[in-house]
Design a binder for this molecule. Structure first.
Ligand code: ZN
Length: 255
């Protein structure tokens, strides 16, 4: 099965539409969404409507929780707080109802565990470093775990016979095999991976293009993708909504 994996849309409808247009060529059969559908961006309701139309399997993110007042926004920086408060007053009753039903615990889909932050701390922890990744392999039982939250495309690979975890920054458009090739004697090292598709609506790896991935569950392959979108349209919407200038500018730089 081919799966479109998206995360951290953050109310950026123009970016989400560009991703869907680009992903159509892969004939995906399911959509998995790793949270933070809203927050920061100017079109939270539009993004929720589209994600619902896609019948995506979706988990909740910290910004989704903040938007429905299920999380204290004390820990958010001033601009993120302003964006949360704007999002709260913008959300329709239907959007609020949808957000409040999203699961805050990981979803398991065959060999894949889906969560926003990390399997041991689904809404808040960032898997940015191999040491954090290593600690999290004990918190899920499938071979693979999909996370978002950092807005940085990455793979953390753990060969179970070894102590350390390896971090990989994937090259866009280069297919990665998630299972090691078998040796002549049929033996293959046992491998587990935490994968992050990056962010649709607010990338933070110095590449402003929208990020997503196509997962082939049968062949166990991961195709990281980047798509250019009309950033200036999102920025114009943010300006007319009165959202903070720094949040508007960062979209131009992917940071
Ligand atoms: Zn996010």
């Amino acid at each position: 099965m081919r799966v479109l994996v998206i995360s951290d849309i953050h109310g950026n409808l123009t970016a989400l539409q560009a991703v869907l247009e680009d992903a159509a060529q892969f004939n995906y059969e399911e959509v998995w969404c790793l949270g933070d559908t809203v927050g920061y961006g100017p079109e939270p309701n539009g993004c929720i409507t589209l994600v619902r139309q896609l019948k995506a399997a979706c988990v909740v993110g910290n910004h989704d929780w903040a938007a429905i007042e299920r999380m204290d926004i004390e820990d958010f920086n001033a601009e993120a707080r302003r964006a949360v408060l704007w999002t709260r007053q913008e959300l329709s009753p239907e959007s609020l109802a949808w957000l409040s039903e999203l699961p805050s615990t990981p979803i398991v889909k065959g060999e894949f565990t889906l969560t926003h932050g990390s399997p041991r701390d689904p809404v808040w922890e960032y898997v940015l470093y191999p040491s954090t990744a290593r600690a999290n392999f004990d918190a899920f039982s499938t071979p693979f775990c999909l996370v978002g939250h950092t807005h940085v495309p990455a793979l953390h690979v753990w060969v179970e016979s070894e102590t350390s975890v390896r971090a990989i920054s994937p090259t866009p458009n280069r297919v990665l095999a998630l299972r090691p090739a078998e040796k002549a004697d049929g033996a293959a090292p046992s491998l587990r991976i935490i994968l992050n598709p990056g962010s649709v609506g607010q990338p933070r790896d110095n590449d402003p293009r929208a990020a997503y991935a196509i997962l082939n569950t049968k062949e166990a392959t991961w195709l990281p993708r980047r798509v250019a979108y009309a950033i200036e349209i999102t920025q114009a919407h943010m300006r007319s909504a009165g959202l903070p200038e720094r949040l508007i500018n960062r979209l131009s730089f992917g940071w």
